[in-house]
Design a binder for this molecule. Sequence first.
Ligand code: RAM
Length: 363
Amino acid sequence: MTSSSPYRRLLASVLVAALAVLAAACGETKNSSSSGSSSQSSSTASSSGAANAEAPIPKGLKTVSIPKQLGNPYEEFEHSGVTEALKELGGSNRIQGSTDAGASSQVPLINSIVQQKPSAIIIAGNDPNAVAPALKQAAQRGIKVVAMDSDVAPDARSVFVNQVTTKLVGENQVESIAKQIGNKGQIAILSATANATNQNAWIKVMKDTLKQPKYKDIKLVKVAYGDDDDQKSFQQTQGLLSAYPNLKGIISPTTVGIAAAARYLSSSKYKGKVELTGLGTPNQMRKFVKDGTVTAFELWDPSKLGYLAGYAAAAIASGQISGKEGESFKAGELGSRKVGKGGEVLLGPPTVFTADNIDEFKF
Ligand code: RAM
């Protein structure tokens, strides 16, 4: 008996590997209802394709969340929100990330996380497509995939937990800078990485919005990329200001970018002359609002975004939802949430921070 078991184990693992290869070869890229799943899909309703809103969330659910990068305060709040949600549900979340937000930095992480067999992966995508094959393989092994903050290719995840509608974020940024520069003059965008799904989606809306007749006197002269790296963002700000001496405003829709740009502006001759707005955390921006470098910027609560994604992951892993439009699930203190078009779950409107309210926010 004992002598035959290593052999049997070997045979079993060869069979499992062969099945996995076969499944991969079939190129199954379906969203959630993994019809042909040969593997261990524990009692989830999604294996039959039908969601059951009443399905209980099993205790001890394990998830892994992957930030865009480690060491970014925004991401830390966001992923601590995932952990909080899982804790409330009697499960646990583990945060695994890389220090750079490069397009492919998350791929080896996903591959190694698959070996841990969590019930779900929650990812803020650095690139929609680079991570897709690895995420699809995870799905084929019964791991549910939730994107949050920055989407991945829609066929590589079940839902995308979006902070605010992409349209509103983009429009608000343009409206805010337009107001600050008196509706006239050159502006630039300081983005994160060139591949980030959320950044590119917001920039597209900004460009479209700028085509409106009321913005005809505003000219977008450059989109620069600071790669969500503080130093690079600082240098890019410096570069923008020397390359475009008539620049009137900068939009930085990244918490890393706006903080670095504000730091540069605050001790430069451009302070109070070149306007800066975008998406920032109140903690990082407080001093620049108080010293007059920045008058208004926006954000949502990143820990609530993670919290919502944690609940969404649990709802999918337990079969309460499958990612189809119209399904709904309970998200703890955030109440009931609906899956919208394209598998999108929304957190809610952003907050505008100014000198009047910034001290009320501690993130
Ligand atoms: C940075 C990241 C993140 C984005 C925020 C606003 O921290 O780029 O993805 O949502 O800024």
